[in-house]
Design a protein around this ligand. Structure first.
Ligand code: HPA
Length: 272
């Protein structure tokens, strides 16, 4: 990813301090940045091309801070890569490797997720406290590059306590409820069966989604501090009586993205 980082650095004088990855339908945050530079993934050497619906496929570097919470320079991946698109686990983490190449040590990953936990409703934001990887894939498979991180990285605090307490602080100030939950990552692309959701609940999952975990593994491997925020775009299969539909997932994502934007605007200036 050295070529990619060099390419991006040549495009802007902004030195980002925090990386953000935006999930399905959550692109509004990137539009709120000022002095921003947008670089399509297709221009960046070594980046896969994003094909998922609801994902813009560009890196946006800019300044957050039009609303009085302080400013911070951020690099935002508007559009991420998923295993279900056919990319390898290594390919879906290209953006996280690029973030590290840009010198970032902190990353906030957002996603759309199905809600399994009893107290979660459509439209809730949930702070990810831990995850269960059911994707049968891992970006660290293959020869390890010791310059990036250890062969067997620790995952005891995969989601940083420090960043989680900053997120709770910001949410409390804004009056945004922010429960914590465990995210189960599945391969997709089909939504789960009701039996699978009962299984996920039994093993302790509160949320289910098709992304994020490979990026969290790669970021932890490189010693980055990670925060994960899920937007509950729907109740998981069999919990609401309705069938699941991507249009609804995207619409709910768009509806929550305003609240997510408020939370990130208050949180990110505290992160560096
Ligand atoms: N399951 C898996 N992934 C998802 C869901 C879901 O219900 N909603 C949004 N992403």
């Amino acid at each position: 990813m050295r070529g990619a980082a060099q390419y991006v650095k040549a495009k802007t004088t902004i030195v980002p301090e925090v990386g953000v990855v935006l999930g399905s339908g959550l692109g509004a945050f990137a539009d709120s940045l000022i002095h921003s530079v947008r670089i399509p993934y297709s221009e960046i050497p070594g980046m896969p091309i994003s094909t998922a619906i609801g994902h813009a496929g560009e890196l946006v570097i800019g300044t957050l801070g039009a609303d009085g919470h302080g400013t911070v320079e951020v690099a935002v991946m508007s559009g991420r890569f998923h295993l279900y698109e056919g990319y390898s686990a290594r390919e879906v983490t290209a953006g996280i490797r690029l973030f590290r190449g840009l010198g970032l040590k902190r990353v906030v990953l957002t996603n759309a997720a199905g809600g399994i936990g009893v107290n979660l409703s459509q439209g809730s934001l949930v702070l990810i406290s831990d995850h269960i990887n059911l994707q049968a894939a891992n970006p660290l498979v293959g020869p390890n590059d010791p310059a990036l991180g250890p062969r067997f990285p620790d995952m005891t605090e995969a989601y940083s306590y420090r960043l989680r307490s900053l997120a709770h602080e910001a949410a409390e100030e804004l009056g945004i409820p922010l429960p914590e939950g465990i995210y189960a990552a599945v391969l997709g692309p089909n939504y789960e069966t009701p039996a699978e959701i009962r299984y996920l609940r039994a093993i302790g999952a509160d949320l289910v989604g098709m992304s994020t975990v490979p990026e969290v593994i790669a970021a932890n491997h490189m010693g980055m501090e990670v925060l994960g925020i899920s937007c509950v775009t729907n109740l998981a299969a069999g919990l609401s009586g309705d069938k699941l539909d991507q249009q609804e997932v995207l619409e709910t994502g768009h509806r929550i993205s305003g609240t997510l934007l408020k939370l990130l605007s208050a949180l990110l200036p505290r992160v560096p």
